[in-house]
Design a protein around this ligand. Structure first.
Ligand SMILES: Nc1ncnc2c1ncn2[C@@H]1O[C@H](COP(=O)(O)OP(=O)(O)OP(=O)(O)O)[C@@H](O)[C@H]1O
Length: 283
């Protein structure tokens, strides 16, 4: 089968076709770190537009600059050249409309699940009453199936439950952009698949824009609308963008019966292991 209608091989085409979307735009972005040995260019000439409500996965070999790229969307890091704009406004600092979820959950270990979520709610909804903030917190713990565990501390929760708390905490602040840096990387394969399905359900209901780093091609094909594949660093760029055409809601078993799924999977594997092979093996 010819993959060409599905694969958008030209970053330039991608740009010209999506500039009208201009929800989130990467415009000539480069990141150069000063090091003891001189300047180190991590990312170079990244141009990319994301539509509102899209689910984007980013894949690439270890060290190519995926986290650096998304940390610039969060505002925790700044481009050295170019800019990233959200609704035409350059991103210069962190903001509650952009929330980040990390692999290691980053929960406060001495606070309960409820308190971890409540703290974020309190920071964003300063004008709301205590009762309203409580309701928002409980609603989001329920959303991720953790009402029963609200009073447990992170040390009493499994990895999947801790990541659910992190998702509840991020979503409770109603972000426009959810940035996820390998959120399920520390989970066992079964919990990981469960979390992917939960995330899709939540995303379908709440419809924020998601940017997610993953090392797992199957995860990317199951979750995303488009898969951004990075070239190797230094000076990594967007190599290719694959449009993932599968209808939603997605059913993992049905996807596995779809020959196009394996064609896309093989295409992505070929990109990573042959065309941009690297010493560090992906999963
Ligand atoms: N503050 C910094 N100063 C200098 N170099 C840095 C700094 N932060 C990151 N780097 C380097 O930038 C490169 C990209 O790092 P980054 O964490 O963005 O990659 P990544 O693709 O997310 O990697 P991984 O998949 O292993 O998490 C790496 O070589 C890293 O060592």
């Amino acid at each position: 089968m010819n993959l060409m209608p599905t694969l958008n091989n030209s970053v330039e085409n991608q740009l010209s076709s999506s500039t009208s979307a201009n929800f989130l735009e990467f415009d000539g972005v480069a990141k150069i770190y000063p090091t003891a040995k001189g300047s180190y260019t991590v990312l170079e000439d990244v141009n990319f537009s994301v539509k509102e409500g899209e689910f984007i996965c980013v894949i690439g070999h270890s060290g190519c600059g995926k986290s650096t790229l998304l940390s610039m969307v969060s505002g925790l890091n700044k481009p050295s050249i170019g800019e990233i704009r959200l609704r035409n406004q350059p991103i210069t600092k962190p903001g509650p409309e952009r929330m980040v979820i990390f692999q290691n959950y980053s929960l406060l270990p001495w606070k309960t699940a409820y308190e971890n979520v409540y703290l974020a709610v309190e920071q964003v909804y300063k004008h709301k009453s205590r009762q309203e903030k409580k309701e928002i917190t409980l609603e989001h713990l329920e959303l991720v199936g953790l009402s029963e565990a609200a009073n447990k501390k992170p040390g009493q929760l499994s990895g999947g439950m801790k990541q659910r708390v992190a998702i509840a905490r991020a979503l409770a602040t109603r972000p426009e952009v959810l940035i996820m840096d390998e959120p399920f990387g520390a989970l066992d394969p079964i919990t990981r698949e469960e979390m992917q399905e939960e995330l899709l359900k939540i995303w379908q209901d709440h419809r924020c824009t998601v940017l997610m780093i993953t090392h797992d091609i199957d995860e990317a094909l199951f979750l995303s609308d488009r898969l951004v594949m990075m070239t190797n660093g230094p000076a990594a760029k967007i190599g290719e963008i694959i449009e993932i055409p599968f209808a939603r809601p997605r059913d993992r078993m049905k996807l596995m019966e779809n020959t196009q799924y394996f064609e896309l999977r093989n295409y992505a594997l070929d990109f990573l292991y042959r065309r941009f092979a690297h010493d560090d093996a992906l999963e």
